[in-house]
Write a protein that binds this ligand. Structure first.
Ligand code: GRF
Length: 217
C-alpha cells in the first residue's frame, strides 16, 4: 500500500485524531485522513478536521430508524471517501455486527486499558478504582464485541499511589498519542501479520519508539 487513506470516527475532543493527523503531516504515517465522521454535532474532532481542510460530517443517529440503518449510512460515507482503514478515535457508539462484518481487520480502535481488563466507557476510572498497579493502552482490530477484537499493540502504564483520575488520564493519553499512530503506521507498511486472533508485529523495535527513541524512525 503506498499512501493509506483513513476514515476516522470520533465523538469527542479528538486528541487522538489530532495525533493521527500530525503523524500523517510529518510522514510518520504514510497516508492521510480523508474523512472524519461523528455522531455528535458538537464534537471538537469535527472542528479539528475542518481546520486541516479534511471533510468532516455529522450524521445524526436520530435521523435513522435503527442502528443498522445508521451504520449503513456510515459505510456509505466511508465508501465515498475511498478509505482503506476505519479508525475509531473516541467513537462512543458500539458498531453493529452488520457494519463490522463489512470490514474484517479494517477497523481499528484504541482502548485506555489493557484488554481484556476494564472494557467499556470508563476504563481509566475503573482501573483506578480497582487499584491495579499496572494499566495501559490497547490498540485492536474491531470485532462484534465491546473491546474484544484481536490485539495489535499494548503498552503498560504504572499506577502510582498518589495518582488521581486526572494524572492517570494524562499518562494514558500521552501513550495513546504515540501508540495509535504507530499501529496505523505498522498497518500501512504491511508490518502486521494477521493470523486470526494473533496479530504478529513485524517490527521488533517498536517499543523503543513509545519509549521516546525517535532515532529508529
Ligand atoms: C481515548 O481515551 C480513547 O482511548 C477512548 O476515548 C478517548 C478519546 O479521546 N476510546 P480523544 O477524543 O481522542 O481525545
Amino acid at each position: 500500500m503506498n499512501q493509506i487513506k483513513l476514515a476516522v470516527l470520533a465523538s469527542g475532543s479528538g486528541t487522538n485524531l489530532q495525533a493521527i493527523m500530525n503523524a500523517c503531516s510529518s510522514g510518520f504515517i504514510p497516508g492521510k485522513v480523508v474523512k472524519v465522521i461523528s455522531n455528535k454535532k458538537e464534537a471538537f474532532a469535527l472542528e479539528r478536521a475542518r481546520r486541516q481542510g479534511i471533510p468532516a460530517v455529522f450524521i445524526n443517529p436520530q435521523d435513522f430508524p435503527n442502528r443498522t440503518a445508521y451504520d449503513f449510512q456510515i459505510a456509505d460515507e466511508v465508501e465515498k471517501s475511498g478509505a482503506d482503514l476505519i479508525v475509531l478515535a473516541g467513537y462512543m457508539l458500539l458498531l453493529t455486527p452488520e457494519f463490522v462484518r463489512l470490514y474484517p481487520y479494517k477497523i481499528m480502535n484504541i482502548h485506555p486499558a489493557l484488554c481484556p481488563a476494564f472494557p467499556g466507557t470508563h476504563a481509566i476510572k475503573d482501573a483506578l478504582d480497582y487499584r491495579v498497579k499496572v494499566t495501559g493502552v490497547t490498540v485492536h482490530f474491531v470485532d462484534e464485541g465491546m473491546d474484544t477484537g484481536p490485539i495489535i499493540l499494548q503498552y503498560p502504564v504504572f499506577v502510582e499511589d498518589d495518582d488521581t483520575l486526572e494524572t492517570l488520564e494524562a499518562k494514558i493519553h500521552s501513550i495513546e498519542h504515540r501508540l495509535y499512530p504507530l499501529a496505523i503506521r505498522l498497518y500501512a507498511l504491511g508490518k502486521l501479520e494477521i493470523r486470526g486472533r494473533h496479530i504478529k508485529v513485524l517490527e521488533k523495535d517498536w517499543k523503543k519508539y513509545i519509549e521516546g527513541d525517535e532515532k529508529l524512525w
